[in-house]
Write a protein that binds this ligand. Structure first.
Ligand SMILES: Nc1ncnc2c1ncn2[C@@H]1O[C@H](COP(=O)(O)OP(=O)(O)OP(=O)(O)O)[C@@H](O)[C@H]1O
Ligand SMILES: [Mg+2]
Length: 583
């Protein structure tokens, strides 16, 4: 039994409005017996989705109580993820996956069925009852609005939820499909004796399939009773006239008159649910639907969730041809860009190296010319290292900026379904880790090969390049997890990369007081500076010192600070992923 007692939801009013707070829900009270299918109806903006979110535990009521089988969902234990099914109003699947891949992934993330004989039959059964069998190979991107809604429902049927909340799964369907899905919801409500199914709908024309109808108006509950008494209660001829009728009185007045009659109507619902006449009798109605056990599905292990997420992410990446080409272009183009800048300078670089080792007398005689060449070589080495670092961090920000923000609503739904935040973050780290290694190793090795070997220890330079990329990747991933939209995350990440070069001290030396305050946050500074210091025992180091006044740090210190960046970035990612961002 689901029971709401005086549920209120009050939020701070947006800046500039006259009121101090907004009452999205006011004193909502109702009782829904087990094995029951309820419709929530009401004009747009009346609080239907808000009520569903409060029941699902996505938003917490500011007053009142919600009870599931006498268990207070706020004070006591929440519903187990396998006990709750929530189909949101928006599409919650990745555009580039096919319908069956989405359902299979949902089943793999929420149950222990993968690898068992039950997996395939259950998958096929879910596709069959939601009418998706023929669309199984079709990508989500090309599905119609109604088909996406069926998919949203299919994703929730992978477990055996005893509370199934559907936000407009029947909207946007033709009357026949609407009827089929409503019948399916009805069958589902009977299939498990503990189950309650709630569907938000706009359609007032086909309410007879529901056991009860709950009418919301301006955040208030104004009716909850049998559908056949709806017209009688609102004194209208047809259910479609109810919305117009509602506008004729103020919401508080409707609410007050409902309070007086509530007990009578709800008693009727409870009695009706106890009589066998409402129970499912027709065999046709159960056709295709396997009767499931009552126990909620056990969640899979963290390791299994990581594997499913990684496999799914890789499939999505492979299919996103725009991203694949962009990655290939950057992987090839960026190291080439560095090499082009090096072409003219490679000769003096090599000469400087030789002269230092073999012809020191000759060099003493031509000190003035040497000075110029030293300046050139210093500028070139410093510039090449910085260019590599900046381009690697640019690729890193492109990898990570949209990674979480771009699939936020899918993440929220999956978290509600039992996805572990840690498994999600680990899967992102592993997926992006491959890009970090590939992009920085290729950049470092390619440039080193073509220029005939930049001065300094190659291993240290590669390690610092990898760390710079990992640092930018994890901070941008953190931004992506904390930002509300992918656009915001992208802009912030671009700014972060944009400031790397001017604030690194490689081009212009910052004033001392600013250098100390800014450097700790600039990954490029640490990678560049540590790489240059690794040349400490070559002539290039002196040359570099001539072109920069910025204090250079040891590779060890640079690695340490970059590791600290990575830890901060990953902590931001974890905290951001953990937080709820449904809007
Ligand atoms: N976080 C929020 N901040 C401010 N207002 C909000 C917030 N969430 C919802 N609202 C407001 O609360 C009201 C109810 O929203 P809700 O989404 O529940 O409506 P609805 O009945 O589901 O509408 P629809 O039928 O269009 O989906 C709306 O006026 C909406 O603008
Ligand atoms: Mg809504």
């Amino acid at each position: 039994m689901l029971e709401a007692k005086n549920v209120c939801l009050e939020i701070d009013a947006p800046p500039g409005s006259e009121e101090e707070s907004l009452h999205l829900l006011r004193e909502v009270s109702f009782t829904t017996p087990q094995g029951h299918l309820m419709a929530i109806v009401g004009p747009s903006g009346c609080g239907k989705t808000t009520l569903l979110k409060v029941i699902a535990g996505i938003s917490e009521q500011t007053e009142g109580a919600l009870k599931w089988e006498m268990r207070d969902l706020k004070e006591e234990e929440d519903l187990h993820p396998g006990e709750l099914g929530y189909v949101p109003q928006f599409s919650v699947a990745h555009d580039l996956l096919t319908v069956d891949e989405c359902v299979a992934a949902s089943m793999s993330l929420r149950t222990q069925l993968p690898g068992t004989d039950e997996f395939e039959p259950k998958l096929e059964n879910i596709l069959a009852i939601t009418g998706l069998t023929e669309l199984a190979d079709r990508r989500v991107k090309v599905l119609s609005g109604g088909q996406k809604r069926r998919l949203g429902l299919a994703l929730e049927l992978v477990t055996n939820p005893c509370l199934l909340l559907c936000d407009e799964v029947t909207s946007g369907l033709d009357p026949k499909s609407e009827r089929e899905i409503t019948d399916l919801l009805r069958v589902l409500s009977r299939e498990n004796p503990r189950r309650v199914v709630i569907n938000v709908t706009h359609s007032l024309a086909s309410l007879e399939a529901f056991d009860s109808v709950l009418v919301m108006y301006q955040g208030r509950l104004v009716y909850h009773g049998p559908p056949k008494l709806l017209t009688h209660y609102f004194t209208v001829d047809h259910p479609e006239e109810v919305y117009l009728r509602l506008t004729q009185r103020d919401a508080q007045a409707w609410h007050e008159s409902w309070q007086k009659k509530r007990d009578y109507y709800e008693q009727m619902l409870i009695e009706a649910s106890a009589t066998p006449s409402l129970e499912l009798k027709s065999e046709d109605e159960t056709q295709g639907v396997k009767h499931e056990d009552i126990a909620p599905e056990e969640l899979p292990s963290l390791f299994s969730q990581v594997l499913v997420l990684l496999r799914r992410r890789w499939t999505i990446f492979r299919r996103d041809s725009g991203q694949v080409w962009l990655h290939i272009a950057m992987l090839i183009g960026f190291p080439l860009l560095v090499v082009i800048f090096a072409l003219d300078g490679i000769k003096p670089l090599r000469q400087l190296n030789q002269r230092q080792e073999t012809d020191i007398v000759y060099e003493m005689q031509r000190q003035a010319q040497h000075q110029v060449e030293q300046l050139q070589a210093g500028g070139l080495v410093s510039g090449l290292i910085m260019l590599q670092v900046v381009l690697v961090t640019l690729m890193a920000s492109n990898n990570a900026a949209r990674e979480i923000a771009g699939e936020r609503l899918i993440l929220e739904r999956e978290k509600l379904g039992g996805l572990s935040t840690l498994a999600y973050v680990i899967s992102k780290v592993l997926f992006l880790g491959v890009f970090v290694l590939a992009q920085s190793l290729w950049m470092g090795i390619f440039v080193d090969m073509v220029t005939g070997g930049l001065p300094g220890d190659l291993v240290i330079k590669l390690a610092l390049l990898i760390l710079a990329s990992a640092s930018m990747t994890s901070v941008c991933l953190g931004i992506s997890a904390l930002c509300r939209t992918p656009e915001k995350a992208t802009i912030l990440s671009i700014y972060l990369v944009g400031f790397q070069l001017p604030l690194s001290g490689a081009v212009l030396t910052l004033p001392d007081w600013l250098e100390g305050a800014v450097n700790p946050f600039i990954a490029a500074f640490w990678s560049w500076s540590g790489s240059l210091r690794s040349m400490g025992d070559t002539a290039f180091y002196d040359a570099v010192k001539q072109v920069t006044d910025t204090t250079l740090v040891s590779p060890e210190l640079a690695a340490f600070v970059l590791l600290a960046h990575i830890i901060v970035g990953l902590s931001m990612t974890y905290v951001g992923t953990q937080g709820s961002q449904w809007e």
